[in-house]
Design a protein around this ligand. Sequence first.
Ligand SMILES: Nc1nc2c(c(=O)[nH]1)N[C@H]1C(S)=C(S)[C@@H](COP(=O)(O)OP(=O)(O)OC[C@H]3O[C@@H](n4cnc5c(=O)[nH]c(N)nc54)[C@H](O)[C@@H]3O)O[C@H]1N2
Ligand SMILES: Nc1nc2c(c(=O)[nH]1)N[C@H]1C(S)=C(S)[C@@H](COP(=O)(O)OP(=O)(O)OC[C@H]3O[C@@H](n4cnc5c(=O)[nH]c(N)nc54)[C@H](O)[C@@H]3O)O[C@H]1N2
Ligand code: SF4
Ligand SMILES: [Mo]
Length: 586
Amino acid sequence: MSVGNTVADGTKVVKSVCRGCHGGCSVLLHVKDGELTKVKGDPDGPLNRGRLCPIGSNAKYLVYHPDRLLYPQRRVGPRGSGKWERITWDEALDDIAEKFNAIRAADGPEAIALGQGTGRHHYFHVVRFANAMGTPNWTEPGFAQCFLPRVTSSFHTFGDFPVCDFVGDVPPQCIMYWGHNPVNSGPDGETRFNVRDSLSHKPKVIVVDPRETELAKLADIWLRLRPGTDDALALSMLNAIIGEKIYDESFVTQWTHGFDALAGHVKQYTPEWAEPITWVPVEKIRVAARLFAQTKPAMLEWGVGIEQTPKCFQTVRALSMLPAITGNIDVPGGWMFGMHTLGPFPFLFDRITPEIESKRLGGDRFKVLCGEGAFVRTGHIPSVIRAMSEGDPYRIKAFMAIGSNTLTTYASSRRVYEALKKLDFMVAIDLFMTPTAELADIVLPAASWPEVDSLWGYPFIAETIPILQQRAVRVGECRADEEILAELAKRMNLDCATESPLDIIKNLANTGDPRVSYDELKEKGFISVPVKYRKYEEKGFATPTGKIELYSTVMEKLGYPPFLSTRKRRKAHSVPQSLPRTSRWC
Ligand SMILES: Nc1nc2c(c(=O)[nH]1)N[C@H]1C(S)=C(S)[C@@H](COP(=O)(O)OP(=O)(O)OC[C@H]3O[C@@H](n4cnc5c(=O)[nH]c(N)nc54)[C@H](O)[C@@H]3O)O[C@H]1N2
Ligand SMILES: Nc1nc2c(c(=O)[nH]1)N[C@H]1C(S)=C(S)[C@@H](COP(=O)(O)OP(=O)(O)OC[C@H]3O[C@@H](n4cnc5c(=O)[nH]c(N)nc54)[C@H](O)[C@@H]3O)O[C@H]1N2
Ligand code: SF4
Ligand SMILES: [Mo]
């Protein structure tokens, strides 16, 4: 069957990329009489080679789910009463534009908050719309507890975001999975398939997880730590590797900043110190540290498990030092930096004046999470929720949830519920009438991923492989979030953020390096870019010292400690004699 062509039975095949998780699997969308009939894996797909998981291959059941929202609705009963009337897009968008403009004029743009969920296709467009409108208070759960701590900490430490090299010719010899279960979750554009493929080369496997996951079962070493003690375990592994002198001395000397200070700092955090805190036996910590340090190339597969713990930012930073001091940076089969192929996205950051910036909720207190030290500045979620419910330091009056089930995914549902009930005006854009949408004044029907055009570079942030997402079908009156935001910008009379999403996609491709044409992407679905390793040998690392900052000059400048510390005498708990077996379903 030829792609893009209509064949004998009238089926058209459209190349796209699945966004059922964070995406990356190339798909062939089969369309007949305007209906999605089948989703097949694209055999050429660089990250999946024709394979799909059940979420991807069953996407038509998402697209045509009987509970999908199909047209805009306005609440007619009291908030949360479940009574709605159908309205037109014109009525809905004009109403929202009028209410938003009235609040902007009376209370300032910061009184409108935008909330989005995990990294979906519309992610950058939401940030851009917030900037265009002039509100610093857009939020996303990832900033505190998912992925962004890894991204920001990596930019401070390495000047870039390292990803596992699954696309090259050299397979990893050792993989350490830390708080991460990618064979099931396939997050961040690495896809579960190349993670599984790398296992077929029989690397040594270390798993750091309190649960006996599928990976833990096949691991050479499973460090079953007490939940939330990753900081102590990371420090003790650094102590073991440095103490036993099994780090990569020449790499450390040439390419890192502050190694001696790090060595002095972690001296106190011995595996003997860590055992009662982490419940991991001393000898296991040492064996795992040796295996990771002495098997090359090695990679760290880190996940959201570490970010949902206290002190996650510095813990993530300490973990990133394990591949760094063992010389596994930007090498084949180890941690690599991406090729950053796409052109710059028009975020419109210059629209945020210093005065508006000073109103960013939490930006001054949580500088690396939300403020001047963040990868992208954002509103601090608990502060935004407090501003909604208590008007402290000012009242958030309107909220638009864009692909965010705020009530169930932000911490403290009761507090969030009470806060949302106090809003003057709320909009939800979703595929379904979620508990969050139930609280809105206006609900808009969003297009699901096979109904959307978008362009992403995979893996996330690294952007080595650009893959085009192409709309194959339309459902009801659903619209892509990007289109909704551009239309809203027009109706609010904003002087920016009004271009069509397709023009932005074309520009991202045309201004990238290498420059790719949109037509080429349309035909092939993705572009393969030759990968370069050890890029730092030409340019150094993009940090203030030009080296990997074990000692973080950025954290120091922001007024934070340059290293992770943890209470030396944290209350130790004895190791339970027998831990209950975990579920067989993991
Ligand atoms: N209880 C609990 N809370 C959590 C987590 C958890 O595991 N459990 N995980 C945390 C993490 S890591 C994250 S990233 C967040 C995730 O937080 P969210 O992203 O808010 O959570 P989801 O339920 O995945 O998705 C939210 C909504 O997006 C809608 N949606 C899907 N695709 C689209 C689209 O293209 N457009 C629009 N407009 N809507 C769409 C879905 O229908 C769904 O209702 O939650 C965090 N909070
Ligand atoms: N099918 C599907 N795929 C998804 C998503 C989805 O909703 N559905 N969501 C996407 C999103 S938003 C994300 S963030 C990713 C998440 O993907 P991952 O980062 O792989 O996260 P999980 O799969 O939750 O695995 C985290 C592991 O951490 C372990 N863990 C729990 N507490 C601790 C701890 O204190 N320390 C350590 N070391 N480990 C701990 C858990 O037992 C679990 O095995 O998945 C993405 N992919
Ligand atoms: S792993 Fe993710 S991108 Fe791949 S088919 Fe499954 S849901 Fe889609
Ligand atoms: Mo997430």
